[in-house]
Design a protein around this ligand. Sequence first.
Ligand SMILES: [Zn+2]
Length: 155
Amino acid sequence: MRVGRPVKPLPHPDCDYCGAPATLARMGDEPYPYRDDHGPLWICVPCQAWIGIFARSTRHVPLGRLADAQLRDLKVKLHAALEPLVQAKVRRDGCNVFEARSKGMKWLAQAIGVEPDKCSIHTLDAEQCERAIAIVEAFEKERGNHPSDSADDDR
Ligand SMILES: [Zn+2]
């Protein structure tokens, strides 16, 4: 008897707001939300929620959950809040920016109680994003005039 290797199903995310399956859209497709090319993305048209895919992913693996306008806005805010810490770490430790971002996200994941290995800015929901922003802002305030300190000292 021949036992076939199980075929890995293609990832096909559902909308996190209405539960309907998302549609894969590319630049120029009717539901594509941008005028310029941001790469293929999964979109729920009724909710105007979407998420990009991993660069070079042939299976169109989504970066995280679909994000509506509010969540997209929060992700921009969180990114902007975190970036000064990332740049400070790069300057101080001489590590690259991707490493510094990933460490920053691990620190935040722990602080808001989500699984650090599965956490990226794109997997957070609105409530987690808001908590993460508050943590970064509180940290920045506490850091005050010691701009060379970074988020993950000796943790
Ligand atoms: Zn939806």
